[in-house]
Design a protein around this ligand. Structure first.
Ligand SMILES: [Cu+2]
Length: 477
């Protein structure tokens, strides 16, 4: 029996050694990936073999114009929306280094749809500001894939511009074309309506209702207009790598005055020909190709057309060359015209009767449900948190030391340096819209779980803390 076992073990070791060898010979040498800012695309891959491709990508939170005179704080993969374009070859090994700039406020990660593995890399790449995560994956399937941040609240990270494209070229490469460009759509949710000047914060309520103020190509109104228009010459073949980051809308992608000779539907192998408008799902892509036959300005739109003329989804391809019959004419200016002012909708609350907790057991039960819906995404279902990113609530000295401070944290959010069980966190907990009853229930549940102090929190106590003058987020010390 023992002999059998050791023989079995020996053969297992031989098996893995052989596996290891064949794995090494699969990839010849290594190279650093060329990453490009939109609308540029790295050059085609000419090598015939597979290699180890090293990708260095830095996450940068930065305030830029979303439109003329309107500022927005974008969270970006590499300093642009969409993030930098990556190009690899089917069968390559990608060694990914994701850095989160030290000045950033938030933890981030990356989920690449080109990855075969749990979370698409998200779990292996959770990165606190000032840190770098490294992980690797083999690109098994060719195609055009979306990547995005998958840190809670996921919709907010994507809504702030955290997405981009990775192209996995098929083994034989793609047919040669004259021009390649990178275009990605996204929807944005701002406190003020379209065009309202100043710095506009993200609006969670509009995002939940899927009512964006902006629908954009490449992250701002006019990103592909005027001097920034895509360029081509008569007779050239143009290939657009088109993605849709969402977070919510699907795109009816269309170029006015052109017919797509070829469309790689959803970025896959299936090629459709002679297409007018192609549907691109949120978190999906398409590769479209067409030959430009005549000079002029060709308008790129989401054919859900109010988005184009009232929310910004308008780009341009300027084609120069010899005049022939004009197939496209009309007066199209280089700027999008001003909105009529988005309808601001009021919600009539008060109609639904919410049950109120009468006993501690009920408070614990209601609190558990709400905790799992609101807090668990960051602090985790068992309150253990995520290292360097979200502090623990289980046995948290910070939490247990001061009930009023805990209530304030949940009411107003928390930012700045905070020390929990000896570990320093310097991130942002967003302000959450909760009623006194909900805060009391959640905190009673948190205090009553995972080895915490067990004390109750009553709605009246929350009410008292809320009435204090503390409109700014709580400073941790
Ligand atoms: Cu993120």
């Amino acid at each position: 029996m023992i002999k059998n076992l050791s023989a079995w073990l020996a053969s297992l070791i031989v098996f893995f050694a052989v596996m290891g060898c064949s794995q090494n010979s699969e990839f010849k040498g290594e190279e650093k990936a060329t990453l490009t800012l939109p609308p540029n695309v790295p050059p085609p891959i000419l090598r015939a073999h597979n290699t180890k491709v090293i990708v260095d990508l830095e996450i940068i939170e930065q305030t830029k114009n979303i439109s003329e005179g309107v500022e927005y704080t974008f969270w970006t993969f590499g300093g642009s929306v969409p993030g930098k374009f990556m190009r690899v070859k089917e069968g390559d090994l990608v060694e990914f280094h994701l850095s989160n700039h030290p000045n950033n406020k938030m933890p981030h990660n990356i989920d690449l749809h080109a990855v075969t593995g749990p979370g698409g890399g998200a779990a292996s790449s959770m990165t606190a500001p000032g840190h770098t995560s490294t992980f690797s994956f083999k690109v098994i399937n060719p195609g055009l894939y979306v990547y995005h941040c998958a840190t809670a609240p996921v919709g907010m990270h994507i809504g702030n511009g955290m997405y981009g494209l990775i192209l996995v070229e098929p083994k034989g490469g793609l047919p040669k074309v004259d021009r390649e460009y990178y275009v990605m759509q996204g929807d944005f949710y701002t406190k003020g309506p379209y065009g309202q000047r100043g710095h506009q914060p993200f609006d969670m309520e509009k995002a939940l209702k899927e009512q964006p103020d902006y629908v954009l190509f490449n992250g701002s109104v006019g990103a592909l207009n005027g001097d920034n228009a895509l360029k081509a010459k008569v007779g050239e073949r143009v290939r657009l790598y088109v993605g849709n980051g969402g977070p919510n809308l699907i795109s009816s992608f269309h170029v006015i005055g052109e017919i797509f000779d070829k469309v790689h539907i959803e970025g896959g192998d299936n090629v459709n020909t002679n297409v007018q408008t192609t549907l691109i799902p949120a978190g999906g892509s398409a590769i479209v190709e067409f030959k430009v036959e005549v000079p002029g300005t060709f308008i790129i739109v989401d054919h859900s057309i109010f988005r184009t003329f009232n929310k910004g989804s308008l780009g341009m391809i300027k084609v120069e060359g010899e005049e022939s019959k004009t197939v496209y004419s009309g007066k199209i200016s280089d700027s999008v015209y001003l909105p009529e002012g988005g309808a601001i909708q009021t919600v009539n609350g008060g109609a639904v009767k919410v049950p109120v907790a009468n006993t501690k057991e009920e408070r614990m039960a209601f609190g558990k449900q709400k905790y799992e819906a609101v807090c668990a995404a960051c602090h985790q279902p068992t309150g253990v948190g995520v290292p360097h990113a979200f502090p623990p609530l289980a046995k948290s000295d910070f939490l247990n030391a001061d009930k009023k401070r805990a209530i304030r944290t949940v009411l107003h959010g928390l930012q700045g340096e905070v020390k929990v069980n000896g570990e320093v966190y310097n991130s942002v907990m967003p302000k959450l819209d909760l009623t006194d009853e909900e805060v009391a229930n959640i905190l009673t549940y948190v205090y009553g779980s995972w080895g915490n102090s067990g004390q109750s929190v009553l709605p009246e106590e929350v009410k008292t803390v809320r009435s204090e003058k503390a409109p700014a987020p709580v400073e941790a010390h």
